[in-house]
Design a protein around this ligand. Structure first.
Ligand SMILES: N[C@@H](CCOP(=O)(O)O)C(=O)O
Length: 419
């Protein structure tokens, strides 16, 4: 299997441009990175990965944010609004109630547009400029569209986003709108939107910037690199496990790639690689189904539903990269209910960390896996929270409580407080 953790460093093909090339994860066909637009293999349709002749070590990283890791990226600089360098919060009460040795929250909601998608877009939009395309497009449950709109604007490019009608949180639509994207509301779910965007991209109508685009995942690798550096600084060891929400499975694929590259560079032992543990909502859990059944492929779910709209996805396009990531690292996948997600959102809020529902799935999943004895009490764990609370103000208000009306005078306020 080409995505094995023990895979040798790949041989450099003639197609390489400055030591960078694209390679199919299924048939191994290689392609030059910046000559033509392609998202999948011309030969077999398999997913592509960006490969490098030189793999960096931690010593090669310098600066802050995504571009600190330029030595592990296909370009030296991107279209940037200073994404990355997000907090790795301590959560002592949550750590104790879940019952693990250490728990840290990597809060990707603290990126410029409020989600991890910015890390992918700073690279993806820069590659789009390199390729000379002028119109960018994505399907989105919301966060990708907000990030694409912002980074596309910053890069001076036209952006087109396709959203499932009635299923995108208010904050995300407002972002895409204000940053100037053309917003098409589709009478269908996210997977239907992505089918359309793929067809538009294949017809040359736009450059696709969903996570099917291998360059976007390069930017998202930096989440894993930051988590490892944070744990090495604080515990002198990498985390035992990283728990993350799974929608289109881009982050699972990206973090696994980051760790594989560190193993190939001799920076990380295979046995040290954190167990990648994916969490989905019960109403949209095709990856969990595949992991539980030991399947090599993920079955597309045509009907999906969850309050965690960011992971309301039935056909995770990165599954061929993400399934090996979970299995090779000794991780697992679990589904959680919407109620468990809301409880976890409240738990995080009580630690002062505001996240949207999909983000809280990681903590809900960890709690459940710990209760089932799958996660041990001596584990050091990082949970990824993918988007900010303000992305979905309606969900936040529903999980919180109503304001109390009081009269406009101190006496009345005091009376109310004492009642
Ligand atoms: N949750 C995502 C869904 C699209 O995923 P992508 O990573 O393939 O762009 C979103 O925010 O739209």
């Amino acid at each position: 299997m080409s995505l094995s953790l023990s895979a040798e460093k790949p041989a450099v093909p003639d197609d390489a441009d400055d030591g960078v090339w694209l390679e199919c994860i299924e048939c191994g066909e290689t392609f030059p990175p910046f000559e033509d637009v392609r998202y999948t293999c011309d030969e077999c349709g398999g997913l592509l990965e960006v490969r490098y002749a030189d793999l960096p070590t931690f010593e090669d990283f310098d600066g802050q944010g995504v571009w600190r890791y330029a030595a592990a990226l296909p370009l030296e600089a991107g279209v940037t609004t200073q994404e990355g360098a997000t907090p790795l919060y301590e959560v002592p009460r949550l750590e104790e109630s879940v019952g693990v040795e250490a728990l840290r929250i990597k809060h990707e909601g603290m990126n410029p547009t409020g989600s991890f998608k910015d890390r992918g877009m700073t690279v993806g939009v820069a590659v789009a400029k390199e390729l000379g395309v002028d119109r960018l497009a994505c399907a989105s449950t919301g966060n990708t569209s907000a990030a694409l709109a912002a980074y596309g604007s910053r890069g001076g490019m036209e952006t087109l986003v396709l959203l499932p009608a009635g299923k995108v949180a208010a904050g995300k639509i407002a972002q895409a709108s204000l940053h100037g994207a053309r917003i098409l509301e589709v009478d269908g779910n996210f997977d239907a939107c992505l089918d359309i965007v793929q067809e538009l991209a294949a017809g040359g109508e736009a450059y696709l910037l969903n996570s099917l685009n291998p360059f976007r995942l390069e930017g998202q690798k930096t989440i894993g690199l930051e988590i490892l550096e944070g744990f090495l600084a604080d515990y002198d060891a990498v985390p035992d496990r990283i728990v993350l929400p799974v929608g289109n499975a881009g982050n699972t694929s990206a973090l696994y790639k980051a760790f594989r590259e560190l193993v190939q560079a001799g920076e990380l032992e295979e046995s040290e690689v954190p167990k990648l543990t994916g969490v989905q909502a019960e109403g949209a859990a095709p990856m969990v189904e595949a992991i539980e059944n030991g399947a090599d492929e993920v079955r597309r779910w045509d009907e999906v539903e969850t309050r965690a709209t960011a992971i309301r996805i039935g056909n995770p396009v990165n599954a061929p990269k993400a399934l090996p990531g979970i299995r090779e690292t000794g991780g697992t996948a679990i589904a959680v209910s919407d109620e468990e997600i809301t409880d976890a959102q409240r738990d995080l809020a009580r630690e002062g960390i505001g996240v949207e529902p999909a983000s809280a799935a990681s903590v809900a999943g960890l709690r459940k896996l710990r209760a089932e004895g799958v996660v041990d009490d001596d584990e050091r764990v990082a949970c990824l929270t993918t988007g900010h609370l303000l992305k979905d103000p309606d969900a936040a208000a529903a999980a919180g409580h109503d304001p109390e009306p009081v009269p406009a005078e101190t006496e009345g306020v005091l009376e109310h407080l004492q009642s």
